[in-house]
Design a protein around this ligand. Structure first.
Ligand code: ATP
Length: 260
């Protein structure tokens, strides 16, 4: 298949209903969205709009109630659980808010773990390049507890990139970091898109984080309600405000005046 013309990730009319009967919740109400190779997309929306559910379905961690999810043009519905696990290990990278590193393993062992799980022999040059790219060459023997939060997230980024995945899904990757460290992490993600052609889909609440992406897509009540290219923090914040994202919140208002 000619993958240059196919979205790396595509959702067609994806619905996800949790539960049954009167207590059921429609978390996604028919989302159709595509993500091109080498693009960096921020997925945004108010709390409860379906962002996490979207990510779970797009990454093959959960199955839609109806609709299709395609990775490089291949329908994930055709995969059984074993094939899905294999697909995630080999073709998807994950970055989480809480880093999710294994505390007993060194930086090097954490970074190369996905290769081990996929039974792939690490390519030393590729591993060294990824470690160098995230600025951790001096720290490969350390354990996560000996690193700062920003350094731990950089380990997680290297771990996500090391297999050369089709797509990296990031879930609030800067949620646990201070402003300056968050900026460094976002810059690193941006660079991996620019220099490696990595495709990244990032769920975030933060308009400043979204401003590092090429495109912001907005969800509300489980629906795709619009997108914007080359988003700025101000315009994203305004859009989020119109979607009612910060209604009732006292401290989560983004400080868009202090854009990095
Ligand atoms: N496992 C589940 N069982 C039942 N309902 C669920 C489940 N997971 C999510 N939901 C519901 O689905 C809707 C969408 O939730 P989701 O977590 O995807 O939203 P979100 O945009 O990621 O929210 P937040 O920004 O607060 O993390 C919400 O109404 C939520 O309560």
């Amino acid at each position: 298949m000619d993958t240059t013309t196919v979205d790396t990730v595509r959702l067609n009319a994806v619905r996800k209903v949790y539960g049954k009967g009167g207590t059921s919740v429609m978390a996604l109400a028919g989302v159709t969205l595509g993500f091109q190779r080498g693009s960096f997309t921020a997925v945004m929306g108010p709390s409860g709009s379906g962002k996490s559910t979207f990510l779970q379905c797009a990454a093959g961690l959960d199955r839609p109630t109806s609709g299709t999810v395609l990775l490089d043009g291949e329908d994930l519905a055709g995969y059984d659980e074993t094939a899905l696990t294999k697909m995630r290990r080999e073709r998807i990278g994950f970055i989480f808010q809480a880093f999710n590193l294994l505390p007993a393993l060194t930086v090097m062992q954490n970074i190369t773990l996905p290769l081990k799980l996929a039974r792939r022999r690490p390519n030393p040059a590729r591993v060294a390049e990824v470690i160098d790219r995230v600025g951790l060459s001096e720290r490969t023997g350390h354990r996560p507890a000996e690193l700062s939060g920003g350094q731990q997230q950089r380990v997680a980024i290297a771990r996500a990139l090391v297999t050369g995945p089709a797509v990296v899904f990031a879930d609030e990757p800067t949620g646990a970091l201070d402003t300056r460290t968050a900026r460094e992490v976002l810059h690193l993600m941006r660079e991996s898109v620019r220099t490696l052609g990595q495709t990244i889909v990032m769920v975030t609440h933060d308009p400043v984080a979204a401003s590092y992406a090429d495109r912001a897509v907005f969800l509300a009540d489980g629906r795709f309600v619009g997108d914007m290219y080359n988003p700025t923090a101000e315009v994203v914040a305004e859009r989020m405000t119109r979607l009612g994202a910060w209604a009732g919140e006292t401290q989560a208002q983004p400080a868009t005046g202090g854009v990095f």
